[in-house]
Design a protein around this ligand. Structure first.
Ligand SMILES: Nc1ncnc2c1ncn2[C@@H]1O[C@H](COP(=O)(O)OP(=O)(O)OP(=O)(O)O)[C@@H](O)[C@H]1O
Length: 212
């Protein structure tokens, strides 16, 4: 484990909405994760997991506190080799095939994608199909392949097994463990006890605060 953490969430509080619709979502949340850790972000529905994922993914800034990835503000990073995100709303490119979506980050920078990844995620047989004509589970695994494509330093996932059957849960978990074993720091928001079982550490949110 390196001395410098890959992810630092320090004293983050965040309010969603504005005016009379303002809702405090996160209160004084701090999380640190080091290279190669697989951290499960657990907690009930509405506890703030997705919001924290979006802050770490740089999709928005915290109201107060700071979120640093490799020492830089999370919202200043757009390099998928540094930080990649698998959101619940997958955001696949509709006009591209499964393989084209999965390899897009590599193609954009002239890198060679991991040749075995599509097969390990049971996507090889449908690689040439338009992504939008595949099942939700297949689309989610395509989004995972896209996120893993450049072997990111930090991988953020929101409910990565949410649309998967048992066999595919095993495939997804295999890839998360493989990524962590090769140095990626993984932060996975989840309700799934199977994800929690393979995590090296569990951070629980309760009502927008870290529990314990
Ligand atoms: N833009 C918003 N405006 C108002 N409230 C919001 C907004 N975004 C999130 N919230 C509220 O913040 C709380 C936490 O939401 P969040 O989606 O982060 O929870 P979660 O733990 O990911 O839930 P789930 O497991 O159901 O996905 C919820 O009560 C939600 O209604």
């Amino acid at each position: 484990m390196s001395a410098a953490p890959v992810l630092v969430v320090r004293a983050v509080s965040h309010v969603a909405g504005a005016g009379r619709h303002a809702v405090p979502v996160l209160t004084d949340v701090s999380v640190v994760a080091h290279r190669g850790e697989l951290v499960a972000l657990a907690g009930r529905s509405g506890s703030g997991k997705t919001t924290l994922c979006h802050l770490v993914a740089g999709a928005m800034r915290p109201g107060s506190g700071e979120v640093l990835v490799e020492g830089r503000p999370a919202d200043s990073i757009d390099d998928w080799a540094v930080r990649a995100f698998l959101p619940q709303r997958l955001g696949l490119a509709e006009e591209l095939t499964v393989e084209e979506n999965a390899h897009l980050p590599a193609r954009l920078r002239g890198a060679t994608p991991d040749a075995g990844l599509l097969a390990r995620l049971a996507l090889d047989a449908i690689a040439a199909q338009p992504a939008v004509q595949t099942s939700l589970g297949e689309q989610q695994r395509t989004g995972l392949a896209r996120a893993l494509c450049l072997r990111p330093g930090l991988l953020v996932l929101d409910e990565p097994t949410g649309h998967q059957d048992d066999a595919n849960v095993d495939r997804v978990l295999g890839e998360l463990q493989r990524a962590a074993a090769t140095g990626t720091t993984v932060l996975a928001a989840t309700h799934d006890p199977r994800v929690i079982a393979v995590a090296s550490r569990v951070v629980r949110l309760e009502g927008g605060r870290v529990d314990g």
